[in-house]
Design a protein around this ligand. Structure first.
Ligand code: FAD
Length: 290
């Protein structure tokens, strides 16, 4: 059943400081409305329980993609279209651009924001695994100031996060990667576009002297939160890839992810495909297999 629209309130504060004042005056009462692509689905389905929103789409302080020598800073309101067309993001963070290009269709890519994808906190979202594999950092703002935190650990349980009721997600920072980083991203869904992932795998690795000098592996749709697989990484880090390392990594990985049965897929399928993707990632690393 559709929602009764007059029961909802949407205000448009002018400028970031007025928006933060509104949040500080009545924490928990007002929630941000960015692109609205998640919020409007709930509204249409009659499932939008929260009533008061403030429009942040026009807050220029949350826009833009800035490049410095050490990092790329992406405004929370950056859309998927902006992300995938940014030359340095395409060059150095191809998995984030691939996630953006495989999120929804063109209309969603023009309107949906990276900040909204993070705070909507769906474990099936497509950008979070790439952000985890790139060691992203978040910048949160409130009238009390700014705080930075690693993205890893931001999601604490299903739809639970460490953002406070008076805070906005302002920026996402990505430490710039070295040219020799190997990137591997696969979204597995029913169709190429307009499909929610059954599993989503993102990993990076750096190879030195025929061994894995560094590795990061992250997944969506296999746990209550977007998951970084630290135990699996520790099997692979420092190793030369051979069949034994692949088997040990797969064993660790099978214990680390907790896929479920739901309307999109089954636990068995998600586990099998995720294991296959891990093996494919390891086998494609640019080194001679031992
Ligand atoms: C047809 C369709 C297809 C889709 N396909 C995909 C897909 O393939 N992959 C995928 O991952 N997602 C998909 N989505 C989901 C959605 O488009 C994304 O999650 C999008 O990035 C949400 O951003 P938004 O700006 O629209 O968020 P909104 O709907 O505006 O907000 C979502 C939530 O985040 C909060 N929020 C937004 N911005 C901030 C901020 N700066 N600080 C604090 N809180 C904030 C809001 O209060 C709300 O709770 C799809 C949606 C639709 C309708």
């Amino acid at each position: 059943m559709r929602s009764f629209v007059p029961a909802y309130e949407l205000v448009s504060p002018e400028g970031l400081s007025n928006a933060l004042d509104l949040l500080a005056r009545e924490p928990g009462v007002w929630k941000p409305f960015a692109g609205g692509t998640d919020i409007m689905v709930l509204l249409e389905a009659g499932k939008l329980t929260h009533r008061n929103y403030f429009n942040i789409w026009n807050l220029k302080e949350l826009r833009g993609i800035e490049v410095s020598a050490a990092e790329i800073t992406i405004g929370a309101l950056a859309t998927y279209t902006e992300i995938q067309s940014h030359p340095i993001l395409r060059d150095e963070f191809p998995m984030l651009c691939q996630a953006a290009s495989e999120t929804g269709g063109l209309a969603i890519q023009n309107r949906g924001t990276l900040g909204g994808n993070i705070v909507n906190a769906s474990p099936a979202a497509d950008s979070p695994p790439a952000l985890l594999a790139y060691d992203a950092e978040l910048e949160l703002v409130s009238t009390r100031g700014t705080r930075q935190m690693p993205y890893q650990g931001f999601h604490t349980g299903y739809k639970q996060m460490t953002i406070r009721p008076d805070e906005l997600l302002a920026r996402i920072r990505l430490p710039r990667t070295s040219k020799d980083l190997h990137h591997y991203y696969r979204k597995v869904g029913t169709r190429k576009a307009q499909a929610i992932s059954k599993t989503c795998f993102a990993a990076t690795a750096r190879i030195e002297n025929e061994t894995v000098a560094d590795v990061r592996i992250a997944l969506g749709s296999v746990a209550p939160v977007p998951l970084r697989c630290l135990k699996t990484e520790s099997v692979v880090r420092g190793a030369r890839i051979d069949q034994d390392v692949i088997e040990r990594a797969k064993n660790e990985f099978a214990g680390e992810i907790t896929p479920i049965d739901d309307i999109r897929s089954t636990r068995t399928y998600r586990l099998k495909v995720s294991l296959n993707l891990l093996e494919d990632f390891l086998r494609q690393l640019p080194m001679r297999l031992g």
